[in-house]
Design a protein around this ligand. Structure first.
Ligand code: ADP
Length: 185
């Protein structure tokens, strides 16, 4: 499924493994300790090789971890990308701890990091909806809203944003969120 935006920009929803989809930047669903984990984080470190964790070690030595809602940047090792943006999504705690704003902030931070670097393409996983337990429909609607808003801006340099979703049910939730969001004229 895809949505085209004025200026030829495009948002795509695919099912797959994010470590196999080429993009200028691949987003990781990291944790605030930046020490690697399971899910997409584990897959990125396995496929990308040890250089990514070495860079994270240096970042940790400088600044400690990464706050929830923010992201840090490393190279991409053996991945088909130039950068990995390690975004820290919120852990779902019944929606009472500012989770929607923190999740939106992950997407916004990554989009801003891509713009600062003049990147053309970025791919996102479904941040927070695995081990962190964020309900996927709500997370999808936030993710789609932030990316659509970004692509609707005329000054956006990103050309292509892809959500690489790991299973059919997650893809369906993102597809529904995209259908709910009317195209801009
Ligand atoms: P979080 O801790 O932020 O919830 P997870 O990695 O546990 O992060 O899950 C986030 C989403 O990423 C889930 O939908 C999970 O199925 C998915 N996922 C796991 N591995 C991959 C992968 N290789 N590529 C894309 N998505 C993945």
């Amino acid at each position: 499924m895809e949505r085209r935006f004025p200026g030829g920009k495009v948002l795509r929803l695919v099912i797959g493994d994010i470590t196999r989809v080429p993009a200028d930047a691949i987003v990781n669903a990291a944790n605030s300790a930046l020490r690697g984990g399971g899910g997409v984080d584990g897959a990125i470190h396995r496929a990308g090789g040890p250089s990514i964790m070495q860079e994270l070690d240096e970042i940790r030595a400088r600044q400690g971890g990464c706050p929830t809602g923010s992201a840090v940047v490393t190279g991409a090792g053996n991945l088909p990308a130039r950068y990995v943006f390690h975004a820290v999504g919120p852990i779902w705690r019944r929606g009472t701890h500012n989770e929607p704003a923190l999740l939106a902030s992950c997407y916004r931070t990554c989009l801003a990091l891509a713009e600062e670097r003049g990147l053309s393409t970025i791919s996102f996983p479904s941040i927070s909806t695995g081990a962190y337990g964020y309900p996927v429909r709500e997370a999808a609607s936030i993710a789609i809203q932030e990316v659509c808003r970004h692509l609707e801006r005329p000054e956006t340099r990103l050309r292509e944003v892809t959500f690489v979703l790991f299973d059919q049910a997650t893809w369906e939730a993102y597809a529904e969120a995209l259908r709910q969001r009317a195209p801009v004229e």
